[in-house]
Design a protein around this ligand. Structure first.
Ligand code: VGL
Ligand code: ZN
Length: 212
């Protein structure tokens, strides 16, 4: 018996379901492609669907390759603080930056691209990693009457978690659909993210709990 009804005032944000985060991609998340059928089913239930797309410049400062002597998954200090360094991924216009071919993108009203400033990474769909530059998503959803936002996609412990936390900071209720997410889970990142989500008051559900 589903416990949550998607209704007016709700929106679905599908985070970074892109080739580079799926098996075979440059920053592959284990089982990343398994979120696609869950995302497609959810997309049919919500009155507003937004996709996010990680969209980096070549040589982006979040790439280890931009920092001589650094390897992926090490950290460095950027102007705004500590940044995890990633393999080159989701470079603007490349196939890796494209949405997974199985994702039903036709249901989406808006695509929010993020991470397109060379010096600033953006995990959150709302605010870049400098924690000052906004993407405009909060204003868009507010103007459309959204009060509660459901999240699924990649990766649980980075872009999905940061987005859900920022949703709460922007005054929305936030719900994460856990079987519609997969994690990078590197260096304790998943456990840390789950602690932060809990502290922020983000509700965690399974997709089978959501119905119209
Ligand atoms: C992501 C690391 C770097 C994500 C994006 O989508 O979670 N993680 N860029
Ligand atoms: Zn990225």
């Amino acid at each position: 018996m589903p416990r949550i009804q998607a209704q007016s005032g709700d929106a679905l944000v599908l985070v970074d379901i892109q080739n580079d985060f799926c098996p075979g991609g440059a920053l592959a998340v284990a089982e990343g492609d398994e979120v696609v059928p869950v995302a497609n089913r959810l997309a049919g239930l919500f009155p507003i669907v937004v996709l996010t797309q990680d969209w980096h410049t070549p040589g982006h400062h979040s790439f280890a390759s931009a920092h001589p002597g650094k390897a992926p998954f090490q950290t460095t200090e950027l102007s705004y603080g500590t940044q995890v360094l990633w393999p080159d991924h989701c470079i603007q216009g490349t196939e890796g930056a494209g949405f997974h071919p199985g994702l039903d993108t036709g249901r989406a009203h808006l695509v929010i691209r993020k991470g397109f400033r060379a010096e600033i990474d953006s995990y959150s769909a709302f605010r870049e990693n400098d924690r000052q530059t906004t993407t405009g998503l909060a204003g868009y959803l507010r103007e459309r009457g959204t009060r509660r936002i459901f999240f699924a996609g990649l990766a649980t412990d980075y872009c999905v978690a940061w987005s859900a936390e920022d949703a709460v900071r922007n005054g929305f209720e936030a719900v994460m659909v856990m079987d519609g997410c997969r994690a990078i889970d590197q260096g304790g990142s998943l456990a840390a993210a789950l602690d932060r989500l809990n502290a922020a008051g983000v509700t965690l559900v399974q997709s089978g709990d959501v119905a119209t």
